[in-house]
Write a protein that binds this ligand. Structure first.
Ligand SMILES: [Zn+2]
Length: 360
């Protein structure tokens, strides 16, 4: 498993790089074909290569993962894959190439894979625009989706927040800041009003955060800015909050005379509520105990994943079944090597368990 993880990490696959993703997909396809005896279907959407292993005519249990990483090409040159004792590190090792290796090994030890699917997408880190329809198509009607995203320090992820992403564009009017500033309409001042309004949309006690992130304005130091914009990250614990914020975002209106406000974007991922994962989480905890893998912790997190899409379809979904380790999206992300086989065994047991559930 470590050798395969090394190979996958050594094939850099930043989101959006169609060639690098396809190359990494070829590598994973070969690994899976060797382990499972079946080649995956290659689904290319908008140049992005997604892989789908499907055993039998319908998918009752879906394993879900992604190939892309947040690390740009060349990261590997300064931070190559390496191991030190029980720890393996490299760009994308934890999020989530170890999970892919573990998923393939989990399926490889099961005698009967009828009704099992394993979908590996190429654009999870950038909102899954090319894979969402495929994910929903394959998951619809499944009894469960098991998401191989990394754990939170070993804990399974039983709930995830919903995510909305917006861009607020302000248009004003340029003018010379020294000669005739009164003829301008300052887009940056209007943006400042909007940013404070955005802050007011948050309801932290209800789990709703509204975070202005990237902003820019103006062209030169002596010109009244004609344009300004801010990107906004919204996280919600339930769908009603996602809707409330969406309505409020679209109602934003200007304060500074002569400016206009335009809001684009919207909800990306719906929330993954704890109710979606409750039964699977209980089974996972019981199976881990039966397998002698010690007590299994669970937690709720703010980050979204493709599991949010499958949960929104009404498919029971449990996340964080991938790598044990830490540091997703951070330099030094790492995987606990002995846990790779343990978590693969847990996923195998869960797949087997779900296959025995009555059909939906
Ligand atoms: Zn991930």
């Amino acid at each position: 498993m470590v050798r395969q993880l090394a190979d996958l990490v050594s094939a850099e696959s930043p989101s959006g790089d169609a060639w690098a993703i396809a190359h990494c997909a070829d590598l994973l396809a070969a690994m899976g074909t060797e382990l499972l005896g079946v080649e995956p279907e290659r689904r290319v959407v908008d140049d992005q290569t997604h892989l789908l292993w499907r055993f039998g005519p319908r998918v009752d249990v879906l394993l879900l993962g992604h190939l892309d990483t947040v690390w740009p090409l060349g990261t590997l040159a300064e931070w190559p894959f390496s191991t030190d004792g029980d720890i393996a590190t490299g760009p994308g090792a934890f999020d989530m190439k170890a999970g892919l290796v573990q998923g393939l090994h989990a399926l490889s030890v099961l005698d009967d894979l009828d009704g099992v699917g394993f979908l590996v997408t190429a654009d999870e880190e950038v909102g899954s625009t090319s894979s969402r329809a495929l994910i929903e198509d394959v998951a619809a009607g499944a009894r469960a989706t098991l998401v191989l995203e990394p754990s939170a320090g070993g804990a399974l992820k039983t709930a995830r927040k919903g995510v909305s992403v917006y861009r607020v564009d302000v248009r004003g009017r340029a003018a010379h800041a020294g000669l005739e500033p009164e003829k301008g309409a300052n887009a940056l001042i209007e943006l400042a009003h909007q940013v404070l309004r955005l802050e007011g949309l948050a309801r932290p006690h209800a789990g709703t955060t509204v975070t202005p992130t990237v902003a820019a304005a103006g062209t030169t130091t002596n010109t009244v800015p004609a344009a300004a914009h801010v990107d906004v990250d919204v996280r919600v614990a339930d769908g009603a909050e996602q809707q409330r914020v969406d309505v409020a975002m679209r109602a934003l209106s200007p304060t500074v005379p002569g400016t206009a406000v335009d809001v684009s974007g919207g909800p990306n991922r719906p929330p993954l509520p704890a109710a979606s994962s409750a039964r699977l989480a209980a089974r996972a905890v019981a199976l881990a105990a039966e397998l002698g893998l010690g007590p299994l912790a669970t937690c709720e997190v703010g980050g979204g994943s493709d599991g949010n899409f499958t949960a929104a379809l009404g498919v029971p979904t449990l996340d964080g079944l991938g790598a044990v380790g830490n540091g997703a999206h951070a330099r030094g992300e790492h995987v606990v090597v002995p846990a790779m086989a343990e978590r693969a065994a847990l996923v195998a047991a869960l797949v087997d368990d779900v296959r025995g559930w009555p059909g939906r």
